[in-house]
Design a protein around this ligand. Structure first.
Ligand SMILES: NC(=O)c1ccc[n+]([C@@H]2O[C@H](COP(=O)([O-])OP(=O)(O)OC[C@H]3O[C@@H](n4cnc5c(N)ncnc54)[C@H](OP(=O)(O)O)[C@@H]3O)[C@@H](O)[C@H]2O)c1
Length: 274
């Protein structure tokens, strides 16, 4: 299903994690297509700065901490108070680049809640709301290239992204032939605040050399969404990397991921609760 962009003017998109990085870049891409926005994250001031760059469309801001149980359903109620949502961009997420046993359980619980449970809750609200509607709708879930193999020192993060990828691909298949399209995006290393927050950012030369921009990922994500793609890995190096794991053992792929990232060197910053 390829969508002509004229048909998108006046549609309404909910973008999670819209206050920075890939989510902010997706918000700008959608605004350029004439799509009204509901932007959400925890930091209102950062959301307002993104909204100021989304000219010519209506922008609502709803702050929410999706690391907390039940926040997703409250967010959905707030986001739909001014009209239906036609496009759901499930982008908010975080990870940490450290051994599993070196990190607080509270951080793991938040990761599971944000990267998986809240994403599923929003997906469910969206699918339920679209059931009785005949108009086209789009869901984009942001996974990661980490979804393609286990990643030592990013164990829980990579597992959460494998979950997002499998969940999204199954939803895509369930909705074949319906007006709802589900696309999974698996970015490789992208230059955003993610790395400083994860205690990463000082990886091997290969990981550093293959890092792309948030704008590149956002453009690829919106294009894939409009073409009704199932899964897209933006960037040639990342595509080759995702493909090549099919030809090696899972243990070798995991070791390779560990080599590409290198060893954790930075202390983990305190998690922002802004
Ligand atoms: N950067 C990469 O190399 C890379 C690679 C593959 C996949 N990804 C994925 O891309 C997505 C976006 O990440 P990014 O790279 O753009 O990182 P980022 O710049 O750190 O953005 C993360 C976004 O998530 C929001 N967020 C974090 N915790 C939240 C919470 N508890 N409740 C609500 N919102 C929360 C943040 O906003 P607030 O702080 O204002 O809440 C921010 O808007 C994530 O799912 C990430 O896993 C990133």
């Amino acid at each position: 299903m390829t969508t002509h962009t004229a048909a998108l003017i006046g549609k309404r998109a909910l973008v999670t994690g819209a206050s920075s990085g890939i989510g902010a870049a997706i918000a700008r891409e959608l605004a350029a297509l004439g799509i009204d926005l509901v932007l959400t994250a925890r930091r209102r001031d950062a959301l307002e700065a993104v909204a100021a760059n989304c000219q010519g469309v209506k922008v609502d801001i709803v702050t929410a901490d999706l690391g907390k149980p039940d926040a997703a359903r409250t967010l959905w109620a707030d986001a739909t108070a001014n009209g239906p949502i036609d496009i759901l961009i499930n982008n908010a997420g975080f990870g940490y680049f450290h051994r599993f046993d070196e990190v607080d359980w509270a951080r793991d619980a938040e990761l599971v809640q944000l990267n998986m449970t809240s994403l599923v809750a929003l997906a469910r609200c969206f699918v339920d709301a679209r059931k009785s509607r005949k108009a086209s709708a789009w869901m984009v879930n942001i996974a990661s290239i980490g979804a393609y193999q286990s990643v030592p020192n990013m164990a829980l993060y990579a597992a959460s992204k494998a979950f997002v990828r499998n969940f999204s691909e199954a939803l895509h298949d369930e909705h074949q032939g319906t007006p709802l399209s589900v696309t999974c995006i698996c970015p490789g290393g992208t230059a955003t605040a993610f790395h400083a927050a994860s205690g990463g950012g000082d990886y091997s030369w290969l990981a550093n050399a293959s890092t792309g921009s948030a704008e590149f990922v956002a453009h690829a994500a919106v294009r894939a969404m409009l073409r009704g793609k199932r899964t897209v890995v933006p960037g040639l190096f990342n595509k080759v990397s995702a493909l090549s794991v099919r030809f090696v053992t899972r243990r070798f792929a995991s070791r390779l991921a560990s080599q590409v990232l290198g060893k954790p060197r930075f202390a983990l910053p305190a998690r922002s609760t802004a």
